[in-house]
Design a protein around this ligand. Structure first.
Ligand code: TRP
Ligand code: ZN
Length: 463
């Protein structure tokens, strides 16, 4: 799903056309290969050009004893150019076969790119279904900042987290936040193990061989980095939030008792956040809490964020829940815009502390202002992939919002925060979209604010 226009695709297609590689289809279509990357400023090779995914239907079977994953990914997409071939992102694993609209497709692998060449070219605008069957032992990625992501094995299962790039370690796709899609995930596991994913569990059945299958449905568009799977021995809790939203929490047995009280707070915390951020954007909610030692950090996986037990505290829970609005529903167009996630989720923590814990946001602001680590670079311009989750993104990102609030006043600020979540609900947005939107609500130019707090290299003399 693409709810913002990408520029440059046409120019690139024209270039490829000149260089060659075009063939003529039966229908007279002259297709060219889709781009192998979306030229994200920080991750140029992530994502692919030439198509727009609407839905992923993933069928996975996993055996924790051997670590082997057998998968089928059925990807429904629409061609955004005349296509002779297109890429999916996939890291590791072995592809066993591929089809496009039911006909065998030639495929080729190079680094993290899987290229499919359909038998018949795909005309611009055509809807098609690509199916990839694959197998292997997924290997996690090591990010530029040294953290591990992707499919992470645990003693008796696994947990998959994908920010920014790890989803391609367990399914092929258009692995970039600008192409969101709905998901159905069918997970088959040996008897005795539980599996969880995003969204609503729509089915649970026992196979003839005794294995257990669950089916998960994510009805609202989701970026690939927010897809998750958790496998192991879990205890669950259920509730209803906001009158209609089913809440499902799962905690590994060892950390279930210790996390139960905070898990039970989820409906109340969501209700408080709705007052501030506007309607909850998803049709499911919850949390997954794992034993420490596998995940290095919590992640806002859509509708059901995941936490290592050591980070399952109220502030982190509020942070990951705030991401459901800021990051998951309103999703950055590129990784450069990551402060739209982390700055907003951090400011959400400050607002909560102010309203419910008697700590004014100005206290958090003053603390952040005083810390040298927050001034390494401006929040709107992380210099490299390894800086994506550095302090300036979180703390200076939140400071931008605090200065905005001081400048326009509490009422207009509240309107901007809610209006932003509403205007770009389930879509993608850029930093420029935010500054333009804030100015339109405030009814005035705010360049001086952005220059210093959002883009400025220097720490201002005065807070
Ligand atoms: N987005 C996560 C959060 O703020 C944190 C995160 C994701 C992260 N990937 C990371 C932190 C890699 C450090 C390194 O909740
Ligand atoms: Zn965050």
């Amino acid at each position: 799903m693409s709810q913002r226009r990408r520029t440059g695709t046409l120019a690139l297609a024209a270039l490829v056309l000149l260089v060659g590689g075009c063939t003529e289809a039966a229908g007279g279509v002259r297709g060219t290969p889709g781009a192998a990357g979306l030229r994200d400023p920080l991750f140029p090779k992530l994502g692919n050009g030439g198509y727009d995914v609407a839905h992923y239907d993933l069928t996975l079977a996993y055996d924790p004893a051997t670590g082997r994953l057998d998968g089928t990914a059925e990807i429904t997409a629409r061609a955004t150019q005349d296509l002779s071939a297109f890429n999916l992102d996939l890291a590791g694993l072995t592809v066993r076969g591929a089809t496009v609209d039911g006909a065998p497709a030639a495929y080729n692998r190079a680094a993290n790119e899987l290229t499919l060449r359909p038998r018949d070219e795909l005309a611009k605008g055509k809807e098609f279904t690509a199916t990839v069957t694959y197998t292997g032992v997924p290997e996690p990625l090591t990010d530029a900042d040294g953290s591990k992501e992707g499919w992470l094995r645990t003693a008796d299962g696994a947990i998959a987290v994908g920010e920014p790039a790890g989803s391609m370690t367990w399914f092929p796709g258009n692995n970039h936040p600008s192409d969101k899609a709905t998901y159905t995930l069918t997970l088959t596991l040996p008897a005795g193990l539980d599996g969880f994913s995003n969204g609503v569990r729509t089915e649970r059945r026992t196979e003839k061989d005794g294995r257990v299958t669950t089916v998960w449905h994510t009805a609202e568009p989701m970026a690939s980095y927010l897809a998750t799977v958790a496998i192991g021995r879990y205890e669950t809790g259920t509730a209803t939030a906001l009158g209609t939203v089913p809440v499902l929490t799962a905690a590994e047995a060892l950390v279930a008792p210790g996390s139960a009280a905070l898990r039970a707070e989820i409906p109340e915390l969501l209700a408080r956040q709705v007052k501030r951020f506007g309607p909850y954007p998803f049709s499911a909610a919850g949390a997954v809490v794992t034993r420490d030692g596998t995940l290095g950090y919590a992640l806002e996986t859509q509708s059901r964020p995941v936490f290592p037990a050591a980070s399952f505290d109220r502030a982190t829970l509020l942070h990951e829940q705030a991401h459901q609005w800021f990051g998951n529903s309103v999703t950055p167009e590129s990784w450069q815009d990551i402060w739209l996630n982390e700055g907003f989720a951090t400011y959400g923590e400050w607002l909560y502390a102010e309203e419910y814990e008697h700590v004014p946001a100005s206290t958090h602001f003053a603390r952040a202002f005083a810390q040298d680590a927050n001034w390494a670079f401006p929040p709107a311009a992380p210099p490299a992939a390894e800086n994506l989750f550095d302090p300036p993104v979180y703390q200076r990102g939140a400071m931008v919002l605090h200065k905005l609030r001081e400048t326009v006043g509490d009422d207009v600020f509240d309107e901007i925060l809610r209006g932003w979540a509403e205007k770009y609900r389930h879509a993608n947005a850029t930093t420029d979209d935010f500054t333009a939107y804030a100015e339109s609500v405030a009814g005035r130019d705010l360049d001086a604010l952005w220059d210093v707090w959002l883009y400025g290299d220097e720490k201002p003399e005065k807070p």
